[in-house]
Design a binder for this molecule. Sequence first.
Ligand code: SAM
Length: 528
Amino acid sequence: MSRAARLSKRTAAVVRVVGHVLEQQWLPLEAAWERECHLQRYTGLDRSLLRDVCSGTLRHLTYYERLIDYIEPRVSRVASLRLLAASTLYQAEHMERAPTLAALCRAAADCCPEPKARLLLDDVCHRIAALPDSERKTILCPASELSLPQWLYSRLRAQGPLLNYAHLLLERPDFLTLCVPPEYCSTREYVKRLREAGWDASPSHLAPHGVQVHSRPRDVGSLPGIAERRVHVQDTVQQLGASLLSPLAPGDRVLDACAAPGGKTRALLSYQPHATVVALELDTRKATALAADMAARSPRVTVLCGDALEPTTWHEHNGRPFAAILLDAPCSATGLLRTLPEVKAHQTEMTVRASAAKQLGLLKALWPLLAPGGELVYSTCSILSEENEHVVDAFLKHARDASPLPLEQLLSRTAQRPPSPAASRPPSKTTLASRASPPASFVQRRGMGLAFFPSTDHQGGFLAHLRKSTRSRGGGVHKRLFCNTPRRSSPPRHFVTDRPSGSRVRGAGASAVDDSRLRNAACRLEGA
Ligand SMILES: C[S@@+](CC[C@H](N)C(=O)[O-])C[C@H]1O[C@@H](n2cnc3c(N)ncnc32)[C@H](O)[C@@H]1O
């Protein structure tokens, strides 16, 4: 296939993939891209190029849409044409070693059946490409200049530090963080191995088991321990939640309340080498995949499929409370805009409000399951106060036996952080957004928690660490919960999966495993 034909094929694929993501509210870009690669048999470089163009187009979409709407409203009336123009401009202005604008326009024209549309497309792309920065600024509003929807821009701006990190949101992170369990090897030893193999890497200053690779490898699977699933990719902020919990004793149980795809479960296994982990997940498909994954990893995990908002359906009445709970709540994922640009298309003010209500509901529902003196870590991948400190503040008003634990130690670790190689790199030459020097680690105290804003070291997110009073009535609260909650008339959902190698996944009550109190467990996983 000629280069031009390849380019036309890729251009058409970008419009299909991004178009699906925009049309289907919760369709992740990764899923749409994987499906396209499967159908078109994309492999190797074609695969990764398609992904880069799709995610870059989504990251810069609001920016180019605004320019297109202003310059040529006739293009704006046809969604696929507007998307073609946006993707063409993104590639021409942001991709390294991109074909010329003329070649990109020809490829885009191949995707237009109508000659008039082809001319319009070519014209709008060339006119926008010729616009100097100063003229673009007069057309763009502050939100579209950062390629953010207006509602999201307004919220982030009102919270304060947006301009310090906004320019980062337009680029894929060029670092990678790994979680290296100490039983595999120390972070120092791992860094040594990476350096010997030619990778620039250093131990994370924030996460005790974290290793930062300062440039993104094309083939992550080639890094030591990844293919054997001993080491896994996990952002620093995502690792921190598990690292905050005090060490648990053998026999103690920790609940990973919203567990799939299992990043925190793996981190809990690494940071809590003695405890057993109960990993709860609402979504049957995800719980099944998690069970299969954990079967290959550790016999210390029990995977349950159930609703954390309704503990009566999966937790034993009067059951033994958990020594610790990690609630990694479902959220807007606004802290991950760089790697999940579809968040900008899917989330709205309403979905964020619904998330916040659910997050508070989850805290309230799970708190009674925590033992007196036990600890709960609340985490999100959101950078919106509404899903973070506001939720925790509202919860603390409700639960008088809950008190926040100090996070100063964590804050001081971020202050000691020397600038990373990435921090000293100049920003992309085509980035129009604020060019404030990128922070290596950008953390702020927010209410009773810590907000991590996107930086050259980590993604965004939030953490709060709470402790239950030792004088709390514990079991009493637990009893109250169950007395007040009407029994559901419908039985809990059960599911049975194929037997994953080395483990058994069973429907509820199929057999007693290590914890008989976990009644109505929809799925149990035993290490064989
Ligand atoms: C932010 S993700 C968790 C990521 C995970 N902790 C990790 O580190 O890989 C939230 C997960 O919670 C699940 N979830 C949403 N509502 C839930 C509920 N009511 N009970 C249990 N799980 C829920 C979602 O299906 C999703 O898999």
